[in-house]
Design a protein around this ligand. Structure first.
Ligand SMILES: *[C@@H]1O[C@H](CO)[C@@H](O)[C@H](O)[C@H]1NC(C)=O
Ligand SMILES: *[C@@H]1O[C@H](CO)[C@@H](O)[C@H](O)[C@H]1NC(C)=O
Ligand SMILES: *[C@@H]1O[C@H](CO)[C@@H](O)[C@H](O)[C@H]1NC(C)=O
Length: 322
């Protein structure tokens, strides 16, 4: 059952003007609950924008969002997404890491915004046009799937993608996201970002961002009566927030096809982006608007991420000193 669901999300859109503001009172948290990985760099998750989260994300809005390049003969197809959490590591789901239909996972592209342009430019606040640095396309060195990943239950659905060369952080177009470490975190302010869209219209050229809300496991099962949803390891379900489900315009309806590995995040400490989870799987395409998506939380895996990254740091210190 779960396999069908997973396959369905495979290629898992909209354009309302969703003005809203980060309510940091609801989600404000003590900074000790979230930290960067041992990079010695506290500059994770800084937002370039002050308030709203429009459906069409803007240049520099998600400098931690990575796109994956699958290579088949001489053709490289860029789909799905992951999150830059360290100069040499991108976090995603196992489905994305093991996807083979478009060839071998070979590259990670970061600093990307509009996938149809080589240099991304945008007019900002009616001021002059700003252009971002050229994207960084980095060869993958290693795909590390969580050792306890369970394909049938989709538990421990996390993978780290190690890059051959470190990404260059410029703090604006390329920067790491902050990781939530607090397993008890309950946030009523959740967003999802992804290059996604219907088959007919294709994947969006720029990442879409949608307001989502968490629902109870009971509600989740009720909304998916024909599937057995098994939620272990703190996995949880989300649905689109009402503001995205009350339009009658089918063209504008959000659709998360292509959304595998998409970040579910909140805002903390005033205006920093905190990664809560990754989009693991969802309903068969074309999903109905009220159907739930299943999220892998990142908090339970923080130690696993650190062990791998720290282990790697130690190894490199060792090699350089001999
Ligand atoms: C965060 O919490 C820790 C321990 O609970 C406390 O020592 C620290 O002062 C707090 N920091 C802030 C900024 O509130
Ligand atoms: C992306 O770039 C293409 C080509 O320049 C342009 O036609 C399109 O409007 C851009 N899309 C967005 C949403 O900025
Ligand atoms: C942290 O990252 C920023 C860019 O995001 C960089 O300017 C700064 O030098 C880094 N600091 C350390 C200690 O690595």
């Amino acid at each position: 059952m779960v396999r069908t669901l997973t396959g369905a999300l495979l290629l898992i859109a909209a354009s309302f003007v969703a003005g809203c503001c980060a309510n940091s009172d609801q989600i404000g948290r003590n900074s000790s609950n979230s930290e960067t990985l041992p990079t010695g760099n506290e500059s994770c998750g800084h937002r370039y924008y002050e308030s709203d989260f429009p459906i069409d994300s803007r240049l520099y809005e998600h400098p931690w969002l990575a796109l994956f390049g699958y290579k088949q003969k001489d053709i490289v197809s860029y789909v799905f997404q992951g999150l830059l959490i360290h100069p040499k590591y991108v976090l995603t789901t196992v489905f994305v890491a093991q996807f083979r239909d478009l060839g071998q996972l070979t590259y990670v592209r970061i600093g990307e915004h509009n996938t149809s342009t080589v240099i991304d430019c945008e007019k900002q606040h009616s001021k002059e046009e700003t252009c971002a640095p050229v994207v960084q396309t980095i060869h993958i060195d290693e795909v590390i799937v969580h050792p306890d990943y369970n394909m049938f239950r989709q538990t421990n659905d996390v993978a780290l993608i190690k890059l051959r060369l470190p990404a260059t952080f410029d703090g604006i177009s390329v920067a790491p996201i902050c990781l939530n470490r607090d397993s008890d975190m309950q946030s009523s302010f959740l967003l999802l970002t992804s290059w996604c869209g219907r088959r007919e219209t294709g994947l969006s050229l720029i990442p879409k961002q949608y307001f989502m809300k968490a629902i109870t496991p009971f509600e989740c099962q009720r909304l998916m009566p024909h599937h057995t949803i098994s939620l272990a390891s703190e996995m949880f379900c989300i649905v689109f927030d009402e503001r995205h489900t009350q339009s009658n315009d089918v063209e504008q309806e959000p659709n998360l096809r292509g959304g595998s590995g998409a970040p579910i995040y909140t805002v903390h400490e005033g205006n920093r982006i905190l990664l809560i989870g990754l989009l693991s799987y969802g309903p068969r395409y074309p999903a109905k608007l009220h159907e739930p998506y299943i999220i892998t939380p990142v908090a339970p895996f923080y130690n696993w991420f650190s062990e791998i990254i720290e282990g790697d740091l130690e190894k490199s210190m060792y090699t350089t000193s001999t």
